[in-house]
Design a protein around this ligand. Structure first.
Ligand SMILES: NC(=O)c1ccc[n+]([C@@H]2O[C@H](COP(=O)([O-])OP(=O)(O)OC[C@H]3O[C@@H](n4cnc5c(N)ncnc54)[C@H](OP(=O)(O)O)[C@@H]3O)[C@@H](O)[C@H]2O)c1
Length: 256
């Protein structure tokens, strides 16, 4: 029996936060399955570098520098994707930030950044993409479309010192499940991916004292790689039309 190794041939995927970590690995993975990919993040140089690598491997790619915390930019990113690549079949809402520390005396600016990126940025991109995803679910050769939201183990459990990050990621999980119920009969699959510790740049934006605590906590653990998470995303979006993977919770084996 011949199995297609390019199940996303003719599909268009938009990945936010594609300039590093999980987003970058996901763009590579989806392009490898045949998708055309729109790369969205603020650091255009990093997106151009990734686009160059993907184009050398034969992929069709659009670089779209945008800050998704502004609704106008999220709208523009989705519109540009559709104009340049012709459609939108898969949205991976991955852009995010994790700023940890006690709630007591926390710098409120850190909370605002997390809510703006992890919650509002994801909502703005979703709002802009939904009409295109629903159309694609109706008229694309796959007969289905995908919205994949990247949450975290922190969206399933809480920790002291992670209160507002927990709030944003629990919010992503709640929103994803409610939206899934709203659109699944129209063949738009909504999935949530909840990784444990992944070796990326994510922790580096924390204050030095917080960063040191995180280094100690994970010093003896072999963390997930961005490719491990990208594999899970690729699995989700390459299932047959009648199979919806609603949720993937994944941890490094050594993480409790
Ligand atoms: N690493 C982990 O341990 C882990 C665990 C569970 C869940 N996650 C989640 O996985 C997702 C990806 O994180 P990562 O680990 O891959 O971290 P990362 O390497 O720091 O990537 C974060 C990405 O988000 C982008 N981004 C940040 N603010 C943005 C904005 N305003 N507009 C557009 N893009 C923006 C960044 O690009 P620019 O700076 O170029 O804009 C970057 O590409 C996040 O949602 C995170 O919460 C990570």
């Amino acid at each position: 029996m011949a199995l297609s190794t390019r199940p996303l041939e003719n599909a268009v995927a938009l990945v936010t936060g594609a300039s590093s970590g999980i987003g970058s690995a996901t763009a590579v993975s989806l392009a490898g399955l045949g998708a055309c990919v729109a790369l969205v993040a603020r650091r255009q140089d990093r997106l151009e570098e990734l686009a160059g690598r993907l184009r050398s491997a034969g992929a069709t790619v659009a670089v779209i520098a945008a800050d998704v915390t502004h609704q106008g930019e999220a709208d523009r990113a989705v519109a540009e994707c559709v104009t340049r690549l012709g459609r939108l079949d898969i949205l991976v809402n991955n852009a995010g930030v994790m700023l940890l520390g006690p709630v007591v005396d926390a710098p409120v600016e850190e909370w605002e950044r997390m809510v703006q990126i992890n919650v509002l940025g994801l909502l703005y991109c979703t709002h802009a993409a939904l009409p295109h995803l629903l159309r694609s679910a109706e008229d694309s050769p796959r007969g289905v479309a995908d919205l994949v939201n990247i949450s975290s183990v922190a969206g399933r459990e809480t920790r002291s010192g992670s209160g507002v990050y927990n709030a944003t990621k629990h919010g992503v999980g709640a929103f994803s499940d409610a939206l899934r119920k709203e659109v699944t009969t129209r063949h738009l699959r909504v999935s949530v991916v909840e990784p444990g510790a992944v070796d990326t740049e994510l922790a580096s934006h924390n204050r030095p004292e917080i960063l040191e605590g995180m280094r100690r906590r994970f010093a003896s653990i072999e963390r997930l790689t961005a490719d491990d998470v990208a594999d899970a995303i690729a699995y989700i979006v390459s299932r047959p039309r009648h199979v919806a993977i609603n949720e993937v919770l994944m941890r490094p084996t050594e993480q409790e």
